[in-house]
Structures are given as structure tokens and as C-alpha cells.
Design a binder for this molecule. Structure first.
Ligand code: FMN
Length: 195
């Protein structure tokens, strides 16, 4: 089964992303095609990038990097739950991405962005796309953008607008399909070599 990590990219202690990520994790589990692991970037608590060597070497001097590497490496695919700050993605999340390299490579990724304002963080998701492409990741065709996030956080957690489950289902379907293609690729290559 595809191992899907749902990464909550926010680090603020009062983040709206945490209840949203819990809701996203629940829907991903309901999909049935994923082994889902929630990842909270605030709990990972990485420092600013402090590795002496490039991430592409895979030579990590620090235990926090080795732990982060093992966690990301163990995923087949990702959902990023992405807040927008000042029109873009957040510095801690970019920092967390930059810590690693091969661990991201070739893996499908879906984006669920959110913001207080009307864009739902879509500009942050768009800003992230070239970064993901640079890393050789496989972004899903669909994405989800959730505007007005503070009003959607109630006493019971995230209160999803009616259409959101269907929108997220489209992202999950993309990620599942990309993951299936990726899993099939080594087998296809092996057939080509032995044929
Ligand atoms: C530093 C910062 C910058 C923000 N900039 C924007 C913005 O440009 N547009 C917007 O709609 N909301 C903006 N917001 C509001 C956030 O989108 C909203 O608070 C969201 O809940 C942030 O995610 P978080 O709660 O997980 O930190 C900003 C919030 C912070 C803390």
C-alpha cells in the first residue's frame, strides 16, 4: 500500500493547519488506498539548515537531519497542508524541504493550501510548484485551496465546507494514480531489460 505522509507545514503554536491536517489525514485514511502517517513540522522542530555538506550527498552530520531524512524517505507520496504567509509559502517549510534532496525525488505530492484571506493560499501553492519540480517531485494535477481558515476552526476542530471532501478526493485520486505509475515503472524497466 502507498505510504502517504500528510505534512502539516505550519509551526505556529496556534496554527489553524493542525486541525485542518487532522481532517485531511482522516479523509486520506477513508480513501483506503494509503497507509497514512501524519507529520507535524512544529513537532519535528528543525533548526535553520545547519548541515556542512549538500543534501544531495546524503552525508548528514546531525541527528535531527538523519531523523528527518528517515521519515521523509519512508514515504511513497505526500500531502502538504500549506499555510500562506505574506503571499507565499512559509520559511520553516522551505527550510525543511532544503534539508533533504533524494528523499523527495520522484515522489507524488498533493497540496492543500489555506489562508485567512480569499485566495485560500493558492499563490503559496503556485510559488511552491517550481521548487517541487526542481526536486523532481510529481505534483498532482488537482489541488485544494481553503480561504477564510480562521472561521472554519470550531470547538470540534476543522469544520469543512460542503464541497471540500470532493475536492480533496480529486487530489487523493491524482496522488494514488501517480504513485501507482511510479510503482509500476521499475517493473516495466526490468521487463524491457530482460526482453
Ligand atoms: C506571517 C503571516 C503572514 C500572513 N499573510 C497572509 C496573507 O498574505 N494572506 C492571507 O490571506 N493571510 C495571511 N496570513 C494569515 C494566515 O493565512 C492564517 O493566519 C493561517 O491560519 C496561517 O496558517 P497557520 O495558522 O497554520 O499559521 C498571514 C499570517 C501570518 C502569521
Amino acid at each position: 500500500m502507498t505510504r502517504l505522509h500528510v505534512i502539516s507545514a505550519a509551526t505556529r503554536p496556534t496554527s489553524s493547519g493542525r486541525p485542518l491536517a487532522r481532517w485531511v489525514t482522516g479523509r486520506a485514511r477513508e480513501h483506503g488506498g494509503f497507509e497514512v502517517t501524519p507529520v507535524d513540522l512544529a513537532e519535528i522542530a528543525l533548526p535553520f539548515l545547519d548541515e556542512p555538506e549538500y543534501a544531495s550527498t546524503g552525508n548528514y552530520a546531525h541527528q535531527h537531519t538523519r531523523d528527518w531524512s528517515a521519515l521523509v524517505d519512508s514515504a511513497d507520496a505526500f500531502l502538504f497542508v500549506l499555510p500562506m504567509y505574506n503571499g507565499g509559502f512559509t520559511a520553516p517549510f522551505k527550510n525543511a524541504i532544503d534539508f533533504l534532496y533524494n528523499e523527495w525525488k520522484g515522489k507524488p505530492v498533493g497540496i492543500v493550501s489555506y489562508s485567512a484571506g480569499p485566495t485560500g493560499g493558492a499563490p503559496a501553492a503556485e510559488m511552491l510548484l517550481p521548487v517541487l519540480t526542481r526536486l523532481g517531485m510529481l505534483p498532482a494535477e488537482h489541488s485544494v485551496a481553503i480561504p477564510g481558515i480562521p472561521k472554519l476552526i470550531g470547538a470540534e476542530g476543522f469544520e469543512a465546507p460542503e464541497t471540500l471532501a470532493a475536492e480533496l478526493a480529486a487530489v487523493l485520486a491524482d496522488v494514488a494514480e501517480l504513485a501507482a505509475q511510479r510503482e509500476a515503472e521499475p517493473a516495466a524497466q526490468a521487463v524491457a531489460v530482460t526482453a
